[in-house]
Design a protein around this ligand. Structure first.
Ligand code: AP5
Length: 237
């Protein structure tokens, strides 16, 4: 059972890679951003509390996130290993995760920081579209839907995420810049950090992360790993 943390700025490809890794490894994909957006959409008390933070591109307070993640780790899926996408975001969250996993007799296997230039991020986020029903992510430039404006999976119209407005993107990038150093240090100090170039094609990024994962002592492939669509491993940076 592995617990993989994906770090990186907005638009670095955390969601794209987390989905691929979770499918490949048979692990849960825990994306705090998606969970928060779902809570906002269904107007739960947590969603009402979180909405203003999401709209401004600010971080949601740690206690809300801690509740969300602890609940998921207690499910059978969460027990069996997880790929965390967008979590932890602060050193306090990283320490809370360490404690949650230690209580379960385990620890983070690998933290991957996706490294990418700011101008690429802005371009990616401005051209990202998501399906409001199933959450599938597209990109009008690099991963366009087959039928203009409609989701390939469920046929629903695609929308722009409300926090992909230019002013909110700028704020999210600023916040990332402030938080990224300390959190990367947290994992580097524990010899758990791999820095991976995020500006390569998605298959190459996945293969690089898997190569870094294979070098960890906890690496356990599924009995019959599905390597289709994943190019041979390349060394991490
Ligand atoms: P969250 O949903 O986590 O957003 P984010 O971190 O800003 O990251 P994004 O989802 O924008 O980007 P991504 O890195 O997943 O990239 P993607 O794969 O989509 O958080 C949203 C908000 O929720 C936060 O601002 C905060 O308010 C709150 N929040 C969430 N977690 C929190 C926490 N732990 N604590 C406190 N608050 C929290 O890719 C982007 C685009 O690029 C897509 O169009 C994709 O198709 C394309 N793409 C991806 N990879 C490639 C590639 N290799 N080549 C070309 N195109 C690519």
């Amino acid at each position: 059972m592995m617990f993989i943390v994906l770090l990186g700025p907005p638009g670095a490809g955390k969601g794209t890679q987390a989905e691929r890794l979770a499918t490949h490894l048979g692990h849960a994909h825990i994306a705090t951003g998606n969970l928060l957006r779902e809570a906002v959409k269904s107007r739960t008390s947590l969603g009402v509390e979180a909405k203003a933070f999401l709209d401004r591109g600010e971080l949601v307070p740690d206690h809300i996130i801690a509740r969300l993640v602890a609940e998921l780790l207690d499910t059978p899926d969460g027990h069996a290993g997880a790929v965390f996408d967008g979590y932890p975001r602060t050193v306090a969250q990283a320490m809370a995760l360490d404690q949650e996993l230690a209580r379960r007799g385990t620890r983070v296997t690998l933290a991957v920081a996706l490294d990418i230039a700011a101008d690429v991020l802005v371009r990616r986020l401005s051209s990202r579209r998501i399906c409001a029903r199933c959450g599938s992510t597209y990109n009008l430039i690099t991963n366009a839907p087959r039928q203009g404006g409609l989701c390939d999976r469920c046929g629903e119209p695609l929308v722009r995420r409300s926090d992909d407005a230019p002013a909110v993107i700028r704020r999210r990038l600023e916040i990332h810049r402030a938080e990224a150093g300390p959190i990367e240090e947290h994992y580097a100090d524990r010899r758990l950090l791999a820095i991976v170039a995020g500006d390569n094609p998605p298959d190459v990024v996945t293969a690089t992360i898997l190569a870094a994962l294979r070098r960890t002592p906890a690496y356990r492939p599924r009995s019959s790993p599905d390597l289709s669509g994943v190019s041979p491993g390349l060394p991490g940076r």
